[in-house]
Write a protein that binds this ligand. Structure first.
Ligand code: ARG
Length: 269
């Protein structure tokens, strides 16, 4: 059974602006935050997985976005090196929790920014890693050395889609859901070379973070607002669970950002 890490939104809020979605003038509605996060928790809990919770910490409003805790492969956990000082305080809490839960912690060199599963997703045999806005391309080489797997670095070009999990979502049948315009030409052709059966998301649906989905075998938990994508996925035999995520979109996150796989893969190769 897949294990997932979530963090309750007790201290969540829009307290700084580190991506184009965030505006301190547009705060999150606390009751709605609680309801939407609980909706995600309840939906995931009913699927074939086990949900673990890390205690939230005051003054770390983005700690809810556990995808950025790091990258877990097998029993090894590579913690993130956050680019923004506003989030850097999360790293020791995540590392400590993972260590307490029996994972081996493998730190990257401190000078390499890397934002975890938010920028590193396995598709087929390849670990696709996004760079520019958050993770450094050089962190990908370090991750490849640690894991011994094929890592493909792709440049992200649209600041709204600043982590790879905002515009790319691998599927278990070897394909992926993606928003091609978030990648440069080279990245697009590389992804096309490696993955067959790509499902393009329309720009208006991508803007609802439709690619930011948690895939559990044939179940896909995604933000609502993507009727075309949901229809396509249903035709392919997936069961979609669209959820309201408005309050997390205000921080530039949604279902997948709020979830980290433990592990994402049992083995890197
Ligand atoms: N406000 C957070 C940030 O800018 C959102 C993180 C979203 N996480 C993700 N995996 N895309 O860092």
């Amino acid at each position: 059974m897949r294990e997932l890490l979530l963090c309750p939104p007790d201290y969540y809020g829009i307290e700084y602006e580190i991506n184009p979605w965030m505006s301190r003038a547009r705060g999150a509605d606390t009751p709605l935050v609680q309801a939407q996060w609980k909706g995600l928790f309840d939906t995931l809990s009913k699927l074939d997985c086990q949900v673990e919770l890390i205690p939230p910490r005051p003054k770390l409003p983005d700690m809810v976005f556990t995808a950025n805790a790091g990258l877990t492969v097998g029993r090894r956990f590579i913690p993130s090196n956050f680019r923004h000082k506003e989030r850097a305080g999360e790293a020791p809490h995540f590392a400590h929790w993972m260590e307490e839960h029996g994972y081996e912690i493998v730190w990257l060199p401190k000078n390499l920014y890397f934002e975890g599963e938010g920028d590193a997703l396995f598709g087929g045999d390849v670990l696709f890693c996004g760079y520019k806005f958050r993770s450094d391309i050089n962190s990908h080489r370090a991750v490849a050395d640690i894991l011994g797997c094929l890592v493909i670095s792709v440049e992200l070009v649209d600041p709204r889609f600043y982590h790879i999990d905002t515009c790319f979502c691998p599927l278990p049948d070897g394909g992926a859901v993606w928003f091609p315009a978030a990648f440069d030409e080279y990245g697009q052709s590389t992804i096309r070379d490696h993955l067959r059966d790509l499902i393009d998301v329309a720009p208006e649906e991508a803007a609802h973070f439709s690619c930011n989905a948690v895939v559990l075998d044939r179940d896909i938990v995604l933000p609502e607002g993507a009727p075309k994508l949901v229809a396509t996925l249903r035709e392919r035999g997936y069961t979609c669970h669209p959820l309201p995520m408005t309050e997390f979109l205000k921080a530039g996150g949604a279902c997948k950002c709020l979830t980290m796989f433990m592990p994402q893969r049992e083995k890197a190769t």
